[in-house]
Design a binder for this molecule. Structure first.
Ligand code: PLP
Length: 395
């Protein structure tokens, strides 16, 4: 009899977003005229910028003409886009070669697929609270997970110490859900740890474009020594509104090898076997993100989300509520007032001000007592939500 991957039976059901939806539904059934202020969403609300739309139209025209038509694309990415991404890194002074850049359909795909490169015996260290996909992808692969809880005391940015043991290390900076960002000095500690122990860091940089503090690193490859111990996974989802359009990229340096195996070569082999590349149309549109005009336009959109963050941070400052994130990340992670639990505060906000956040407990046990606000909503809704929050908690 066929034996399925029994690791799937170890997955815990995620009730987080289901429970939120159920609670909002129940509230609306009782209060059909109520307006809900949604600060829980992880999706973007602004449309693609004009430059990307122009690229999409151009790509459609290209596909309509035999002279410019594209069939199968190279599995590791169109050369024009690999170069554009490489130039994006090099423009910030980070030396990345074009053939170290792999174009993907998004960060989620890569975060799961990349595990193909590593034997099952490796342990995966996951800092909690965490983006839930890290945990589930490792459970599916049957790997032991080393949970590293973080807290307000370390700013939700824990560092390795003598007791740290793991072969794979997930770092997400700027972080979802906490919005915390590792400094260069902190990242260097993880890089030194990984090089000393032969570990590999999987660096999730999905929110790098939200960093505004010049001193903070956008890429792990800004840190000396990272080329021998890190893989970086990035996405245009939040940077350029590609959540429904789908495009990401992964950087694997050629120096990165373990047991005589080069991970860049292994990933070429993996991609050429398991994918037929990302659609020409989407890659052509993504190219526009990396032009000067595209960069100007995507940053105009990011600024709208950043204004939302400023609106919410001002309200929290006025209320004296502790939080992290918001400045260099699209998420704000706040301490629930009056020692309320995550779900208790969630219910209180829903019932008393019709504001919906995401209970921190849903991202791991150490998230209990915290709530996440997303800044991806509309400015007018965010402003009204902030006013209601202040009015409610100042009472
Ligand atoms: N990594 C983090 C930390 C995220 O928050 C998300 C999406 O919310 C992703 C990866 C997935 O991005 P993509 O849409 O490119 O799959």
């Amino acid at each position: 009899m066929l034996i399925p991957n029994m690791n799937y039976s170890h997955l815990k059901d995620s009730y987080l977003f289901y429970n939120i939806a159920q609670k909002v539904k129940a509230y609306l059934e009782e209060h059909p005229d109520a307006h809900i202020y949604r600060l829980g969403i992880g999706d973007v609300s602004l449309p693609l910028c004009d430059a990307v739309i122009k690229g999409l139209h151009q790509a459609a025209e290209d596909q309509a003409d035999a002279a410019t038509f594209n069939g199968y694309m190279p599995e590791c990415g169109a050369p024009f886009l690999r170069t554009a991404v490489g130039d994006y890194y090099r423009g910030r002074g980070v030396q990345v070669a074009d053939d170290e850049v792999f174009i993907s359909s998004g960060a989620s795909d890569e975060l799961g697929d990349i595990l193909d490169l590593f034997d099952r015996v490796n342990r995966s260290l996951i800092i909690e609270p965490a983006y839930p996909a890290y945990v589930d992808a490792n459970i599916m692969g049957g790997r032991e997970i080393v949970h590293l809880p973080s807290s307000r005391e370390n700013g939700f940015l824990p560092l390795p110490d003598e007791s740290t043991e793991a072969e794979l290390i997930y770092l997400c900076s700027p972080n979802n859900p906490t919005g915390a960002v590792f400094s260069r000095e902190q990242l260097k500690k993880w890089v030194d740890f990984a090089n000393a122990h032969g570990s590999v860091i999987i660096f999730d940089a999905a929110y790098e474009a939200f960093i505004e503090d010049e001193s903070l690193p956008h890429s792990i490859f800004e840190i000396e020594g990272a080329r021998t111990c890190a893989i970086e996974i990035c996405s245009l989802s939040k940077t350029a509104g590609f959540t429904g359009t789908r495009l990401g990229y992964t950087v694997i340096p050629k120096e990165l090898e373990r047991c005589g195996m080069k991970l860049n070569d292994m990933w070429i082999r993996c991609r050429t076997t398991k994918t037929n590349g990302v659609s020409y149309v989407i890659q052509r549109a993504a190219l526009e993100v990396f032009t000067p005009e595209g960069q100007k336009q995507i940053h105009a959109n990011i600024d709208i989300y950043k204004n939302n963050a400023r609106t919410l941070m001002k309200a929290l400052d006025e209320l004296g509520i502790w939080y992290t994130g918001g400045k260099n990340a699209p998420y704000i992670w706040l301490r629930c007032p009056n020692n309320m639990g995550s779900w208790e505060f969630f219910d209180f906000l829903l019932n008393e001000a019709q504001i919906v956040g995401t209970p921190g407990e849903g991202f791991g046990r150490c998230g209990e007592g915290y709530l996440r606000f997303s800044t991806f909503g509309s400015p007018s809704e965010t402003e009204k939500a902030a006013e209601r929050l202040v009015a409610l908690l100042k009472k």
